[in-house]
Design a protein around this ligand. Structure first.
Ligand code: GSH
Length: 219
């Protein structure tokens, strides 16, 4: 089996779920800092002019969720049957909807206090999940976990959906730790549980885990 190489900026960003999938699969990865000039000009390596990019043997893959699904297949994190795989995909898309809002909060709203308050009210407050939110609300994601017993979002074992939820939760715990502990204690239990899984635990404590979640130092 080849060892995957992640081409990305030296931040956690959209590559963090990919790193988690690789280490949860009992493997390791190499990293290459992207050459921004090349990212913008080389349409073979970067068809959309963006990273992350994964090189694994003969494969050159972009689009973080495409890479995540590839790694899920490689490391058997995609769910055991069609029912599970469908649920895994649904959760990944739900997390993506929330990520779009998170990226806006960090890069456009610059994590300002008023924006943070509105963000919590719209995407986390348990009384607002029936409002207009672009499909992004932590209640939706927490429901999958609750329906499935609390340890995993889908089935009996670890899937890429758990890693996607864990990572987006990890980002939000950095901003809303007290409120999440109060309103979603079950998510904190899930966060701790996933963080203690083989491969993940060692990775999180290692120097390979980058310090900065985002490129603009916020979050
Ligand atoms: N849909 C893409 C979005 C990738 C993306 O936003 N990449 C950012 C870094 S996180 C990037 O390359 N930004 C530089 C640019 O667009 O010029 C994915 O999921 O991979």
């Amino acid at each position: 089996m080849s060892r995957p190489v992640i081409h990305y900026f030296p931040i956690r960003g959209r590559a963090e779920v990919l790193r988690l999938a690789i280490v949860a699969g009992g493997d390791d990865f190499d990293v290459v800092d992207v050459n921004y000039q090349e990212q913008k000009s080389d349409r073979e390596k970067y068809p959309f002019g963006q990273c992350p990019r994964l090189v694994d043997g003969d494969l050159n893959i972009v689009q973080s969720n495409t890479i995540a699904r590839y790694l899920a297949r490689k490391y058997k994190l995609q769910g055991k049957d069609e029912t599970e795989m469908v649920a895994v995909d649904e959760i990944m898309e739900g997390v993506e909807s929330l990520r779009v809002k998170y990226v806006n909060l960090i890069y456009n709203d610059k994590l300002e206090e008023a924006a943070k308050d509105l963000y919590w009210k719209t995407y986390f407050d348990k009384t607002t999940s029936e409002g207009r939110n672009g499909g992004a609300h932590m209640v939706y994601l927490a429901n999958f976990l609750a329906k499935n017993g609390g340890k995993h979002t889908v089935g009996a074992g670890l899937t890429i959906a758990d890693l996607c939820l864990w990572e987006i939760l990890d980002l939000h715990l950095r901003i809303f730790e007290d409120a999440i502990k109060k309103e979603y204690p079950e998510l904190v239990v899930f966060h701790d549980h996933i963080a203690s899984q083989p491969g993940i635990k060692e990775y999180l404590a290692s120097p390979k885990r980058l310090a900065a979640p985002n490129a603009n130092t916020l979050g």
